[in-house]
Write a protein that binds this ligand. Structure first.
Ligand SMILES: Cc1cc2nc3c(=O)[nH]c(=O)nc-3n(C[C@H](O)[C@H](O)[C@H](O)COP(=O)(O)OP(=O)(O)OC[C@H]3O[C@@H](n4cnc5c(N)ncnc54)[C@H](O)[C@@H]3O)c2cc1C
Length: 426
């Protein structure tokens, strides 16, 4: 293993783990109130899952607008030190004075990168594009996504051919260093905010719905990428099997959620997400038919107006029924969906061109050091007697962006209170 370089990063009031919308919000709010903040993100870019979305419900605006405002606040604030490709390796000490070790993986591209793309043209190796959930490919040296912050390439050394120096030779500003080593930095911090978010439930585990076996069964996150201009199809919703535009698309709600065999809880956003994606399909093709199979539609508060608006479209049908089984017509790669139609007391068999599984949210709490408490489903729990350990956003409970932002702002306030107390007593 390559030895790492160790540096002392000094004292910070707040450590935020996770640079999605919740973590960025906590970091910015705490810093704007006067705290010194360290923000640690494991991906090569900030923004989390939101960065890959096509539009936000209920306004159907691009998420990049909100992200851009936060990134501007972050860039302008000298009290925030942020690191990408980094994780917290260990936490020692105690409340108000945690000793933290952060490990940063090498990006192999320095901030001298101008994102000109010459390295990509020269690179001979490819890898699956994880930002688009494996749909599409990137070169071994790649920009994580078109609006990535930092706008800096990264090298996946696991796919580089031995001895290859093509990107190094192509880079005019000499930003590529294939020998860069991992870094370790130590800090002392007052409060730790965990905002490590969520991952999609592994749809392959839901045997009866055919994901991974049938090409045209996709997940809701894949649909976000297909509909996005920066996605693998340039924003065209096309079937993976043959690249044809689907004329009929069905959505399976609670794919894994509210199911004792998978995720026993409601993931809170999947209903609004599918209603939103129904609008993607309908605006791409006014002739396309959408059916949403649901147990209950859960769209509380202002989302209910959005639900009613989408439901009033004659091309969108909502059917209360649990999908029992999915099969594929091997000749056409269409999907045959078997559903228990609860309201009419009958079984339906419907053939559709494409099927979207509204898979649920799984908290990303595993491996986050510091001794955060977890509930029975693995979500982090805030304990009143431990105000210097706070969880915010979807790692605490599944929900929409607005809820994650409010949660993260509350966590920043707790951190500020703790910093003020330390200053008074210290
Ligand atoms: C299909 C779908 C569509 C959606 N559409 C909408 C919508 O239109 N409108 C809306 O309001 N909400 C929508 N949501 C919900 C939205 O995605 C969440 O509210 C949002 O992602 C929550 O942000 P977060 O920061 O809590 O988590 P995340 O976005 O998951 O960010 C967490 C960050 O932490 C990082 N991280 C994880 N572990 C570590 C670690 N150990 N160390 C360092 N960093 C780590 C991750 O890399 C990531 O960057 C949708 C959800 C789905 C499933």
């Amino acid at each position: 293993m390559t030895p790492s370089e160790t540096n002392n990063g000094g004292r910070k009031d707040v450590l935020v783990i996770g640079g999605g919308i919740a973590g960025m919000t906590s970091a910015i709010e705490a810093a704007e109130a006067g705290c010194q903040v360290l923000l640690v993100e494991k991906a090569p870019y900030l923004g989390g899952r939101v960065a890959g979305m096509n539009q936000y419900f209920p306004k159907l605006c691009p998420p990049t607008c909100g992200l851009e405002i936060n990134l501007r606040r972050l860039r302008q604030n000298h009290r925030i030190e942020w690191m990408t490709m980094a994780t917290v390796a260990s936490v020692g000490g105690g409340p108000g004075a945690y000793d933290v070790t952060v490990s940063a993986q090498p990006r192999h591209v320095s901030d001298a990168c101008t994102a000109c793309g010459d390295c990509v043209k020269a690179c001979p190796a490819e890898r699956a594009d994880e930002f688009s959930y494996g749909m599409g490919r990137t070169k071994a040296i790649y920009l994580p996504h078109i609006a990535a912050f930092p706008a800096q390439y990264v090298v996946d050394r696991t796919v580089c051919p031995p001895e290859c120096q093509a990107c190094v030779l192509a880079c005019t500003p000499k930003a590529v260093d294939l020998d860069e080593r991992p870094q370790t930095r130590t800090y002392q911090v007052g409060t730790i905010i965990a905002a490590t978010g969520w991952a999609p439930y592994d749809a392959k585990r839901i045997d009866n719905l055919g994901f991974g076996r049938f090409a045209n069964v996709i997940t809701n996150l894949m649909m976000e990428r297909l509909a996005s201009d920066s996605g693998p199809t340039g924003g065209k919703i096309l079937r993976p099997s043959d690249g044809a535009a689907p004329k009929s698309v069905a959505f399976v709600q609670c794919a894994g959620s509210r199911d004792e065999n998978h995720l026993p809880y409601c993931s809170a956003v999947c209903c609004a997400a599918s209603l939103k994606q129904a609008t993607y399909v309908r605006s791409a093709d006014a002739e396309a038919a959408v059916r949403i199979f649901y147990i209950d539609i859960r769209t509380p508060g202002r989302l209910e107006d959005f639900h009613q608006k989408v439901a009033s479209d004659a091309g969108v049908e909502l059917v209360k029924g649990k999908v029992a089984f999915v099969d594929e017509d091997p000749a056409t790669h269409d999907l045959i969906v078997e559903v228990e139609d609860v309201e009419n007391g009958r079984k339906i068999r419907q053939t559709v061109n494409m099927l979207v599984l509204a898979t649920g949210l799984v908290p990303q709490a595993e491996g986050v050091p510091g001794g955060f408490s977890l509930d029975e489903f693995g979500f982090m729990v805030n304990v009143a007697s431990r105000p210097t350990l706070r969880a915010a956003g979807c790692v605490r409970r599944p929900g929409e962006v607005a809820a994650a932002v409010q949660d993260a702002t509350g966590a920043a306030l707790k951190a500020l209170q703790s910093a003020t107390r330390s200053a008074r007593h210290g």
